[in-house]
Design a protein around this ligand. Sequence first.
Ligand SMILES: [Zn+2]
Length: 138
Amino acid sequence: MINSRRLEDLLPVVQAKAEKMIAAARAEDIDLIVTSTYRDHASQNALYAQGRTKPGKVVTNAKGGQSWHQFRVAFDVVPVRAGKAIWNDTALWKRIGAIGKKFGLEWAGDWKTFKEYPHFQYRGGLTMRELAQGAEPK
Ligand SMILES: [Zn+2]
């Protein structure tokens, strides 16, 4: 199972946007750590099981094959302060979301059905089906 935290495991165009976003946040005194980039099919299925057939909280609605992470176009971040991850500061998440959007990233904090503050992605207008067929965002 692969669940990478390396930005190098994203598509280059997405990696560049992630790096710019993290640097811009840093300039605003927001330290972001990357908690997930590329996940393979098995790893996504394991995550989907969490809160369903395995203990824990539901963290995704995507089974293997249905996650943007599997196509190397999505990453998750969390702000850290004094070495601790800050999960519950909505105002801070909104600032982070705004920073990501400046670089053309989609922020899952804007999603209606399954809001996910840590999740950012760039698919260049492509659908998941097109990505699955090997198309790459520009
Ligand atoms: Zn995500």
